[in-house]
Write a new protein. Structure first.
Length: 303
């Protein structure tokens, strides 16, 4: 039985679709609007819960507002099999909100109001030591305060937990932070923010990966969109190709990838096999509209 702990954000996603994404100063009329449940942490928790084999244990630590949106999220996560012991609803704060613009080609731009996500402090993690103690893997992102992320990584490593950092949204991290990270999963933009190297191809990804290894990261997985994912590890180094599909919405693609990657590793897959499993899962997600509702279940993955 695998135990996976996810720490991160939860947002109400207000989604608008356009023929193309508006430029600065441009006003466009949306041809579709919908309200979705999202947030990188929540999306990844849902992906883990749906893709893991029966008997796996998925814990999620996050802060919601004391509002109807937060209530609905909690109920839906319970249905997916996520343990909500680590979820708190904070008085006086609203659940996080994201505004998402999607073009007809599937590309997107996203703005986020953190809301209750910003209140998840390092001190709050002390209330969840039991969740760290039983975890085998920690998956975390950067939509909660950086100090909280660093403390979570430190707590996990001290417990012997394998740590996976999805460094999204893109930001530069403090010196020494990456020494607590076993596996890092940036996309091209995030890899550039961390390494200073613009990622235009495999050679750039190789150089960025080496710089991340020098900062203490054991395994680097750089996602390259439709090309797949570049892996740099002692067991395997190279490109794991993506599955060719017609993308209509890429909002939760990276989150599905990360959740599937951790699930694969927790089930004993090699890093190359786990990345292949993650590519297969995210390929399904991008063919569907929405965030959490687009994330597939285990039986849908032909891998």
């Amino acid at each position: 039985m695998s135990h996976i702990l996810i720490i991160g954000s939860a947002n109400a996603d207000h989604v608008m679709k356009f023929e193309y994404l508006p430029a600065a100063g441009q006003t466009l009329m949306s041809h579709e609007y919908r309200l979705e449940q999202g947030g990188k942490g929540a999306n990844q928790a849902v992906a883990c819960a749906r893709l893991a084999k029966s008997g796996s244990f998925i814990d999620f630590i996050c802060h919601l507002g004391q509002d109807s949106v937060g209530n609905d999220m909690r109920k839906s996560w319970i249905k997916d099999g996520i343990n909500t012991e680590g979820i708190s609803q904070i008085a006086g704060l609203s659940t996080g909100t994201a505004m998402i613009f999607i073009g007809d080609n599937g590309q997107n731009t996203i703005g986020v109001a953190a809301g209750a996500n910003a209140s998840l402090s390092p001190h709050d993690l002390d209330n969840h030591t039991e969740l760290f103690a039983r975890a085998q893997y920690l998956l975390i992102q950067l939509e909660t305060p950086t100090a909280t992320v660093v403390k979570a990584l430190q707590m996990a490593k001290k417990q012997g937990v394998i740590t996976i950092l999805n460094p999204a949204p893109a930001t530069a991290l403090g010196n020494g932070c990456l020494k607590w990270v076993d596996i890092i999963t940036p996309n091209e933009t995030e890899a550039e923010a961390l390494s200073g190297i613009e990622i235009n191809g495999i050679e750039d990804a190789q150089m960025a990966a080496q710089l991340l290894h020098q900062q203490g990261v054991g395994i680097v997985v750089i996602t390259l969109g439709s090309r797949g994912a570049y892996v740099s590890s002692t067991d395997f180094t190279g490109l794991v190709p993506a599955i060719n599909v017609q993308a209509i919405d890429t909002v939760a693609a990276g989150d599905t990838f990360n959740g599937a990657l951790v699930v694969g590793l927790s089930e004993g897959m090699s890093i190359a096999a786990a990345v292949g499993f993650a590519n297969a899962a995210s390929a399904i997600t991008v063919t569907r509209q929405g965030a959490q509702r687009a994330i597939p279940y285990r039986h849908e993955i032909l891998y």
